[in-house]
Design a protein around this ligand. Structure first.
Ligand code: SF4
Length: 403
């Protein structure tokens, strides 16, 4: 049981475990991957130069195999998921990011803004089968912090056990400006009203000259990190993301990963990193490069290798689909997005991931990769091995260092 507990909390001795694991031929035959393995084992880190080489390495199989080794050194064959529901508050937004298919102007026939009762009504039918509501939306021109405090207070009063993960950094900035109070006061008031954690959305690429071209007017990369650091200092965990496949270079991706890693060294509150590619439907970014499936997998693998101080790397199946997400679980990801139930932002941009996946089906998807599904809470502090009626009986219990 001690072994399982260590794995559930991420095995603090993962570098030592890594050093004793058998090295697959694809890794041992690749000098770049071997040099990265040495760096990780020796308590070093993947440098900027190594990160670039990992992105450029023609041997994708060595990069994914190394990332899988690191994932297994921390969690063996465990894969985490939660039972959640996405509810978007409004698609009305004062900005017009070029990659965004979700936002609408206030007079658009499909524009909407949920009232408190409508928000609660969206959650109620799922309230006994979810642990978390995930809520993000556009930057509504008239809403301020009081509007969201009312929403979260009502939600906590109706569903006290549901974790509220809501509001991206740019929404926090917008509410702070609309309310003429500091970001810290904004977050403190939302925390008091029931907000439990922040999602990571809106990081895009943390390189300002790229942001200026794809999401002009959004928070700067410094502001994104500052807002998350304030949340961390208030004791509020957050996630972080990366949107790739727009116009960024490999160097920009590595800069993004390094900035996230540096911030985590200082404030330590990022729970999970969620990389996802740009989806182009109904957007205004014709010059986007778009990411291939193998690029998506490579980004997830490199993220696992470079972000040694962020515990969880998520396969965001709402964006990359269930097939690629299941592959990602063997290439460095240890977490897969939950039951979700309803999702607009990725689906309006072209995602066709099913929204009616049950916990059982999700667990079976995890099992299909040879992994053991573990249901988790939103703060990664309560874990429950999930039993399905499929192949779980034949999956061996976790063994540190097992291939
Ligand atoms: S990405 Fe967010 S901030 Fe940008 S236009 Fe869309 S809803 Fe608005």
């Amino acid at each position: 049981m001690e072994l399982v507990d260590a794995l559930l909390s991420g095995n603090n001795n993962w570098r030592e475990t890594l050093s004793s694991m058998p090295v697959p031929l694809s890794v041992s035959s690749d000098p770049i991957s071997m040099s990265c393995l040495e760096s990780l084992i020796q308590d070093g880190r993947i440098s900027r130069e190594q990160g670039i080489l990992l992105f450029e390495n023609p041997s994708l199989s060595s990069v994914t195999a190394l990332a899988d080794m690191v994932k297994r050194s921390r969690y063996s064959n465990l894969v985490f998921f939660n039972e959640n529901l996405h509810v978007n508050t409004t698609n009305i937004c004062v900005l017009a990011c070029r990659f965004c298919a979700f936002r609408k102007g206030p007079r658009h026939p499909e524009a909407y803004a949920l009232g408190v009762d409508e928000y609660i009504d969206r959650i109620r039918p799922m309230s006994t089968s979810i642990d978390e509501v995930h809520t993000v939306g556009g930057l509504h021109p008239t809403w301020d912090v009081d509007d969201y405090c009312r929403l979260f207070t009502a939600c906590k009063s109706e569903f006290p056990d549901i974790h509220i993960k809501a509001l991206t950094a740019v929404e926090i900035k917008h509410l702070s400006q609309r309310s003429s109070i500091s970001v810290e006061d904004t977050l403190s008031r939302l925390l008091d009203a029931g907000l439990d954690s922040l999602p990571g959305g809106g990081a895009e690429i943390l390189v300002d000259n790229i942001r200026d071209r794809i999401c002009m007017g959004k928070e700067s990369s410094d502001e994104y990190l500052e807002i998350h650091s304030i949340a961390h200092n208030l004791g509020m965990p957050t996630n972080c993301t990366m949107l790739f496949g727009t116009i960024e270079s490999i160097h920009d991706r590595v800069t993004h990963l390094l900035r996230i890693r540096n911030q985590q060294d200082i404030t330590g509150g990022f729970q999970c990193f969620v990389p996802y590619p740009f989806l182009p439907d109904k957007t205004r970014l014709p010059e986007a490069q778009l990411a291939t499936g193998s690029e998506v997998i490579r980004v997830i693998s490199v993220s696992r290798l470079m972000l040694d101080n962020i515990p969880h790397i998520k396969a965001y199946r709402m964006n990359i689909g269930d097939k690629l997400a299941s592959l990602a679980l063997t290439c460095g990801a240890d977490d897969i997005d939950g039951t979700v139930g309803h999702e607009e932002i990725m689906h309006v941009a072209g995602s066709s991931t099913r929204l009616d996946t049950s916990s059982d089906q999700l667990a079976m998807l995890v099992e299909s990769t040879g992994s053991l599904p573990i249901k988790r809470d939103s703060k990664y502090s309560v874990f429950t091995p999930y039993e399905t009626n499929s192949v779980s009986q034949s999956i061996p219990l976790p063994q540190i260092g097992a291939e």
